[in-house]
Design a binder for this molecule. Structure first.
Ligand SMILES: C=CC1=C(C)c2cc3[nH]c(cc4nc(cc5[nH]c(cc1n2)c(C)c5CCC(=O)O)C(CCC(=O)O)=C4C)c(C)c3C=C
Ligand SMILES: [Fe+2]
Ligand SMILES: [Fe+2]
Length: 339
């Protein structure tokens, strides 16, 4: 069926279905230069920093991009692994594991919203490889304008450049999905059983957002709270004595962020006599700087400095059996009728 094409026409590939896993993004190297490039792209997105450009640009270019890259590069250095940034390495491994589960009829790739591999380039590469139908899956359980919506914005920008667009589906937020809660429950139980102490408190730490976004109608805060409530209910039968608390981490800038703040809660817990804490981050589908450095390193230091004796940061779902079974379920559901 290709004999009508001109001789210089690009090859017409076999039709395939594609799945693109997307996470936030990360620098290419743990150096101030690479971190600066990444932060510039990330923090120039008006969905992430909702301050008028005329006000924000001098602050970003004059102060933040001169100060923060050095500090953040030092933090990245502490978590950088042989495969690079944990966020990129784990997202890549999730794509490989999902590919193995879905088989050759589906092409699974991964992208970063900021940095590399770039989302637009991956969508183009999948279309070039014959994917006329693509499921784009932002790996954020809870929706927010600063995360999920920016993935869809970047997807739209790529589609706007394409003469021959693929058909698109997107994975909805899955904060309260039974498959998600069950994966969190099972993986938390597994990790708690492997600890060499019994925590009094399980602190569920979600990435923060400016509080203003909640009042403007962003559902993120409510979705975090619901994930936490459902997970607490699911853990109650096996862990009736475990106190479960919720906090928000990674405050950025001067505005008021969602509260209570993770560092303040760890401090208060220790000062009020809690000695043994486990912390989990059910808003992150993969471990990253914010979990491995901010929680596992700095959280442990702060908790112990305030009087705590035992501290464990649990892994995110990453490529665990429970996590991959969940992704398999969520993705197959969206691919119904396509495969
Ligand atoms: C999981 C959901 C996330 C939300 C919501 C979110 C909001 C948000 N973040 C910033 C600023 C920064 N975040 C940074 C890192 C970072 N953030 C998320 C996820 C969410 N962010 C992840 C997964 C990561 C880790 C990236 C990695 O490379 O491992 C950073 C960069 C690191 C640093 O310099 O501290 C910034 C800055 C804002 C302003 C915001 C909401 C408006
Ligand atoms: Fe963030
Ligand atoms: Fe941070």
């Amino acid at each position: 069926m290709t004999d009508h094409l001109p001789a210089n026409h690009p090859p017409v590939a076999k039709l395939r279905v594609g799945v693109l896993l997307v996470n936030l993004g990360t620098p290419d190297a743990p150096t101030p230069k690479a971190v600066r490039r990444y932060l510039k792209e990330f923090l120039s997105d008006p969905r992430v920093v909702e301050i008028p450009k005329l006000v924000w640009w001098p602050i970003l270019n004059g102060i933040i991009l001169n100060v923060r890259p050095k500090k953040s590069a030092h933090a990245y250095e502490q978590v950088w692994g042989p495969d690079g940034s944990p966020l990129a390495a784990i997202t890549k491994a999730q794509a490989a594991a999902l590919q193995a589960r879905l088989g050759d009829g589906v092409m699974v790739r991964w992208a970063m919203r900021y940095g590399n591999p770039a989302l637009g380039a991956e969508v183009q590469a999948m279309k070039d490889a014959g994917c006329e139908r693509i499921l784009v899956a932002p790996l954020y359980p809870q929706y927010s304008g600063a995360t999920t919506a920016t993935v869809i914005d970047a997807l739209g920008a790529q589609l706007a450049k394409m003469r021959w667009q693929p058909a698109i589906r997107t994975l909805p937020p899955y904060y309260d999905d039974a498959a998600h809660i069950e994966a969190l429950r099972a993986d938390t139980v597994r990790q708690l059983a492997a600890l060499d102490f019994t925590p009094e408190v399980l602190l569920l730490s979600f990435h923060g957002m400016p509080e203003r976004t909640l009042h403007l109608g962003d559902p993120y805060h409510c979705q975090c709270r619901k994930t936490a409530r459902l997970l607490a209910q699911a853990l109650a039968p096996t862990h009736p004595d475990l106190r479960i608390e919720v906090s928000f981490q990674s405050r950025f800038g001067r505005a008021k962020w969602l509260e209570p703040a993770t560092d303040a809660v760890l401090d208060q817990l220790a000062k009020a006599g809690t000695r043994r804490v486990a912390i989990a981050a059910p808003g992150f589908s993969a471990d990253c700087l914010e979990t491995r450095e901010e929680l596992a390193i700095r959280g442990a230091e702060d908790f112990k400095a305030a009087g705590g004796t035992h501290f464990a940061a649990l892994d995110c779902l990453n490529t665990s059996d429970a996590g991959m079974a969940m992704l398999d379920t969520l993705v197959r559901r969206e691919l119904a009728g396509w495969i």
